[in-house]
Ligand binder design. Structure first.
Ligand code: NAD
Length: 737
């Protein structure tokens, strides 16, 4: 066997060690399923084997399924629909996708005791294997996480996970665990009875074998007569306290946009009413259905496959040797600079944090100290970890401290003159190797680079706020940016555990440009008289995590006005809707409503209470709608306007080559500004609908609401030829070409 090693000891206990060659992590692949099948068969049929312990030789136990395997199944399904018809194709997916579930059930019913010796993190199908075993013992390790995170990519656990979890935990807890895709520490897993014991690492295999030797039972509770569900029968008082409210919570959290989440509710509800074998068949039916859903396909592609490609350096120039970044200079110890210093130090790099003088630099570090101490107070960080992180950050006003930095990231005021002055000071001390990056959100990188004598070493690294929480970073190429700068920026972004996308220099780069289209749509609806609450809710229903008015409050209403004015100054008076500008002028200049920062924006932010829409908003609406007119508003159309406005803008950035890779456009849209994740991203949304249908919808909205919905030339062409973004631009095809 390539992936497992089998040793049977003198007591007849088989030790199965999972160790996939050439991989840092074990995953469930077709090969693994085949070999595991043979192992289960061997343990079951060999009378000399009394029981089996399965463990891993890697740091982790298993990372989950190899999702490219599921992607391939999707492709075969699509082919079979064409060649054999939809029913036969669905039958194929059902049979193929339940192989693992049947295998785990054979293991569970083998009549021999199986113990999972969990030596490290176990996720997805790997954790489902553990759940199928009769006993689970883990080695002490604070880093170990156990979970079924499938929901995060539009799937759910399809190898018995939903049924075993719901027979171990209370149903409400089980649903929560499955719907959130939570990753549990060993303590929490033990408290929830998902594992049986935790032992010192050196004793793991011994403890597992001892359990078998002591007569560990090879029958699961649910396969014994008289088994009682932890929460009682579904049709009971307790069951009725769980399932109907769970439906309501599901609706509140997802607006029914996530078929996999709905399926979890369904399989748990249905599965708990029948015996285990029937329950597993129900789970498999739903799993095969969800696997064929466009949402799962789009989410697997963007949130797993593409994200992994980008994280592994899909855009990194292969000719550049790996950089080994040790010391980073951060200029500007303000809001962004402090955040950048934080994530850099958290990755173990030394940081020189510079501001105008020692005192201001110290202030920046002190603000960070306070933010981290708040986390310590809330139990989210150990004080030792905080101190270790802060010890790596040296605040100073002296540029000489930058001397042996590998990379400088500038985050000073958004002011050309201030930036030029900083660039001059930096280049006087850094020598001819270090890379210079600007975190500017609006100034063109190409023009800032002219302040730097060696332009190939100048690049944009655009973090989003708050830096510690946002997962995306845009790397911006100026006209003359060189490969070394790009490779260094990509290595740095990966070191700080963010996902990079590489975009070309242009106004607003990629993410801000598209997110402004979203916020603008909210403003324009508001001016049409649509009630603010309806705007916010329709946006959430469309799949956006935050309504446009809330989002504007977070980013700053005053900043919004500043951007509109700058856009007008650069592109001319027609570039922004005058009524939108007037709305923001009224908000900022007449009403002093800047957003969350001063506690007054589209919302009010009362101390110690949840935010509420500002009652004065209606007075800023030039158009008043009657009750009948409000009732007649087409909510579906509001939802479409939000997504189409953003997707049309994303398509423009793609045509203009601001973003050049469909994977980056999609991953960037979800991680950068939360574009409805169930769609797989802004371009996947268009592909999912079909370019023809999208263009027809965009044109309908254009006729009704204006030019901002007009499909661009590329979209018209794709639609006319019946093509899609991924069909034409998917990276593999590009490489082959
Ligand atoms: P900020 O005002 O909080 O911080 C700027 C810091 O720069 C201040 O500490 C200031 O003292 C310092 N500074 C000013 N002049 C300096 C000089 N000559 N030398 C050294 N330090 C100097 O601003 P911020 O929000 O952190 O923004 C910084 C940069 O990041 C801007 O370019 C901005 O466009 C960009 N950015 C901001 C956000 C955001 O959401 N705030 C997001 C992405 C990018």
């Amino acid at each position: 066997m390539a992936n497992f090693k089998l040793d049977v000891d003198a007591d007849g206990i088989a030790l199965i060690t999972w160790d996939m060659p050439g991989k840092s992590m074990n995953v469930i692949s077709m090969d693994v399923i085949e070999e595991l099948d043979a192992l289960v068969e061997k343990v079951t049929s060999d009378a000399a084997i009394k029981g089996a312990v399965i463990t891993s030789a890697k740091d982790a136990f298993c990372g989950g399924a190899d999702l490219t395997m599921l992607e391939r199944m999707g492709a075969i399904y699509a082919d079979k629909v064409k060649s054999e018809g939809a029913e036969a194709a669905a039958g194929f997916v059902f049979e193929e996708s339940r192989k693992l579930s049947l295998l785990y059930r054979r293991l569970e019913k083998s009549g021999k005791p199986w113990v999972c010796a969990i030596n490290g993190t176990a996720m997805g199908g790997g954790f489902e294997l553990a759940l199928a075993c009769h006993y689970r013992v883990a080695s002490e390790n604070p880093k170990t996480r156990l979970g079924l995170p499938e929901i995060k990519i539009g799937l759910f656990p399809g190898a018995g996970g939903t049924q075993r979890i719901a027979r171990i935990m209370q149903p409400a807890d089980a649903l929560q665990f499955l719907l959130k895709g939570d990753q549990l520490s060993l303590d929490r897993a033990k408290n929830s009875k998902l594992i049986d014991a935790v032992v010192p690492a050196g004793d793991l295999v011994k403890a597992a074998k001892d359990w078998i030797k002591a007569g560990g039972k090879a029958v699961k509770p649910w396969d014994e007569k008289g088994f009682k569900l932890p929460g009682g029968p579904v049709y009971s008082k307790a069951g009725m306290m769980t399932f109907p409210p769970a439906n309501a919570i599901y609706r509140r959290e997802t607006y029914d946009n996530y078929p996999a989440a709905r399926a979890i509710l369904q399989v748990v509800y249905e599965g708990l009413q029948v015996d285990m074998d029937t329950a597993l068949r129900i789970e498999s039916r739903w799993f095969a259905k969800i696997l064929r859903s466009p949402e799962a396909a789009a989410m697997i592609r963007s949130l797993f496959v593409s994200m992994q490609d980008l994280n592994k350096g899909a855009r990194r120039p292969a000719s550049e040797p790996a950089t080994n970044l040790k010391k980073i200079g951060v200029i500007g110890a303000g809001f962004m600079g402090a955040g950048i210093a934080q994530v850099t130090a958290a990755a173990g790099m030394q940081v020189v944090l510079i501001d105008r003088d020692q005192e201001t630099a110290d202030k920046g570090k002190a603000a960070l100290h306070k933010a981290l101490s708040d986390r310590v107070m809330k139990g989210r960080m150990k004080s030792a970890a905080r101190d270790e992180l802060l010890a790596l950050i040296t605040p100073t006003g002296d540029y000489n401290a930058l001397k042996n930095c590998d990379l400088i990231v500038e985050a000073v005021f958004e002011d050309r003159k201030v930036k030029a002055d900083v660039i001059a000071k930096v280049q006087a001390v850094i020598g001819d190797k270090a890379i210079f990056a600007s975190n500017t959100s609006t100034l063109p990188i190409t023009s800032l680079a002219t302040e730097f004598k060696d332009q190939p070493r100048f690049i944009g690294i655009h973090f989003f706020s708050p830096v510690d929480r946002m997962l995306l970073v845009e790397i911006i190429l100026g006209k003359n940016t060189g490969d070394k700068a790009l490779a260094t920026a990509l290595d740095y972004v990966r070191a700080v555990k963010k996902t990079p996308i590489v975009v070309n220099d242009s106004r607003g780069f990629y993410a801000n440009r598209c997110v402004l289209a979203y916020i603008q749509e909210g403003h324009l609806m508001f001016l049409e008289g649509v009630p603010a609450a309806l705007i916010e809710n329709a946006a959430r229903m469309a799949g956006m995590p935050v309504g446009p008015l809330s989002l504007n409050d977070e980013t700053g209403v005053d900043l919004g006005l500043k951007i509109l004015r700058a856009t007008e100054a650069d592109l001319g008076a027609g570039a922004v809707p005058p009524e939108q500008k007037k709305l923001l002028e009224d908000m900022v200049e007449k009403q002093q409503r800047f957003g969350r920062k001063n506690g007054k924006g589209f919302y009010d932010y009362p101390q110690g209470a949840p935010k509420k829409l500002w009652p004065g908003l209606a007075d800023l609406q030039p158009k008043k709608l009657s009750r009948e007119e409000v009732d007649a508003i087409d909510v579906e159309e509001l939802k479409q306007r939000f997504l189409v406005a953003q997707a049309a803008e994303a398509a423009r950035t793609f045509e203009e080559k601001v973003v050049t890779d469909v994977r980056e456009a999609d991953v960037g849209s979800i991680l950068g500004w939360g574009f409805a994740p169930f769609t797989g991203g802004a371009l996947s949304y268009i592909d999912m609908m079909g370019t023809k249908k999208f263009v027809a919808l965009a044109q309908k909205l254009e006729a009704k609401f204006g030019k901002r919905f007009a499909p661009n030339k590329l979209l018209l062409e794709l639609a006319a030829k019946g093509e899609s973004f991924y069909g034409r631009f998917a990276p593999k095809k590009k490489e082959a070409a």
